[in-house]
Design a protein around this ligand. Sequence first.
Ligand SMILES: Nc1ncnc2c1ncn2[C@@H]1O[C@H](COP(=O)(O)OP(=O)(O)OP(=O)(O)O)[C@@H](O)[C@H]1O
Length: 239
Amino acid sequence: MSILVLDQLSKRYGALLVTDGISLSVDRGEIVGILGPNGAGKTTLFNLIAGTVKPNSGTITFDGRDITREGAAVRCRAGISRSFQVPQPFTGMTVFENVLVGATFGRDRAGASDFAMRALELSGLTRKANQLAGSLPLLDRKRLELARALATDPSLLLLDEIAGGLTDSECHELLEVLREVNAAGVTMVWIEHVVHALLSVAQRLVVVDFGRKIADGVPDAVMASREVKSVYLGDDVHV
Ligand SMILES: Nc1ncnc2c1ncn2[C@@H]1O[C@H](COP(=O)(O)OP(=O)(O)OP(=O)(O)O)[C@@H](O)[C@H]1O
């Protein structure tokens, strides 16, 4: 059953059609990877789903409910959360305090504290709960970005290039965490340029180019498609 359905979604900035009639359905529990060249409109798609940007046309249905005209806060309460391409934690606050900010949204203080600890545990950051966020190395900053996104108890998590800049072994650790989050029942849509990371967890790949969806299917078939190779990856790419 679909948790998220986009139907003919379009977004224009002036003359630039950034999202061009995208339709997409995501099943509950799925991990869907989104690929596309720089400027293809991937982050805009997340902005549209999260509600920070409104479409010019098309609809967004989440959990069977039309949320196209709902604001970001309502969508967050409904179960949509996201990480950001450029994480901006409160560097002068502890890891725990950073996660508590999100966990407080829609909860009382005691419940928020428990939930913040659960988000930290799932992200593998419990031992660093009392460290200042500004002192964390890159992998832990990624874990914190994930924990902050999990703090609102999402059923759908939008991950925007969370693996960028990690070494292979760090990436491997992050993938383990993401698998656990998914096993805990969280559906994921993940934009990523680190293709091998995406391929190791995504059950489906969607490729976007110039705001259009040019491929959608099982990863092997999508990566082998001539259009994806020529339009996005180039003919000389081997995966
Ligand atoms: N608020 C805005 N106003 C005008 N143009 C915008 C705005 N936001 C995005 N764009 C343009 O829309 C296009 C798509 O941007 P978007 O950030 O969605 O791409 P992307 O696929 O996420 O790129 P990247 O992989 O580099 O992050 C770009 O040409 C960008 O300059």
